[in-house]
Design a protein around this ligand. Structure first.
Ligand SMILES: Cc1cc2nc3c(=O)[nH]c(=O)nc-3n(C[C@H](O)[C@H](O)[C@H](O)COP(=O)(O)O)c2cc1C
Length: 167
C-alpha cells in the first residue's frame, strides 16, 4: 500500500523520451491494467490502440496543439470509448490506470487531450476507428531522458483543497 501511494505521488507528465523501444509485453501489461478501471454500469466501453509506427506517431504529433513530442515517443496509446452516457469518465479512468501502470514499469507518460479537440476526427480517420467511437485521450509513452524529463509542476497543498463535512 505504501508503495502504491508513493507511485501515485511520483507520477509526473514526461515529454522528453529516450530513443528506446518499449517491449511489447510491457505495452500489453499497461493495457491490461487499463481494463481494470472502474466503469459506469460495468459497460467497459473502451478500446485501445497502441501505436509504435514512427510515421503514424509523427502524423498524430502534427495534428495537435501541445502534442509535438508524440513524434519522439516510443509509443502512443489512443483511448477510445463507445459513446455511452459515461464514455468520458470511463475513458478517463482507464487513462489514469495507463499512466500509473506505465509509472510502475519505469515508463514515462503524458496524457494528451483527445475529447473535444478539433483533431479528433483526423485521429479517428488515421486509425480507422469504427463509427461511434470517441477519442478520449492520447498517451505518449517512453523511457524518460535522465535530465529535464519532466517539469516539476507545483501541486496545490492538501490544506487548500480538503474540507471536512462541509465547505
Ligand atoms: C485532460 C488532460 C489533457 C491534457 N492535455 C495535454 C496536452 O495536450 N499536452 C500536454 O503536454 N499535456 C497535457 N496534459 C498533461 C497536463 O499538462 C499535466 O497533467 C499537468 O500539467 C500536471 O502535471 P503532472 O501530470 O506532471 O502532474 C493533459 C492532462 C489532462 C488531464
Amino acid at each position: 500500500m505504501d508503495n502504491l501511494l508513493k507511485l501515485l505521488k511520483s507520477r509526473r507528465s514526461v515529454r522528453l523520451f529516450k530513443d528506446k523501444n518499449i517491449p511489447e509485453e510491457e505495452l500489453r501489461e499497461i493495457i491490461d491494467a487499463a481494463r481494470f478501471a472502474p466503469t459506469a454500469r460495468n459497460i467497459q466501453p473502451w478500446e485501445f490502440v497502441v501505436i509504435t509506427d514512427k510515421n503514424i506517431l509523427s502524423e498524430i504529433a502534427g495534428f495537435g496543439q501541445n502534442a509535438s513530442f508524440i513524434s519522439q515517443a516510443a509509443a502512443c496509446i489512443a483511448v477510445f470509448s463507445t459513446e455511452t452516457n459515461y464514455y468520458l469518465e470511463d475513458g478517463c479512468a482507464a487513462t489514469c490506470n495507463i499512466l500509473l501502470a506505465a509509472t510502475a514499469l519505469g515508463i514515462g507518460s503524458c496524457w494528451i487531450a483527445g475529447d473535444k479537440k478539433t483533431y479528433c476526427p483526423k485521429v479517428n480517420s488515421l486509425l480507422y476507428a469504427p463509427t461511434g467511437l470517441k477519442l478520449v485521450s492520447l498517451i505518449a509513452l517512453g523511457y524518460p531522458q535522465e535530465e529535464n524529463s519532466f517539469k516539476p509542476v507545483q501541486k496545490k497543498g492538501l490544506n487548500d483543497l480538503l474540507h471536512w463535512e462541509r465547505f
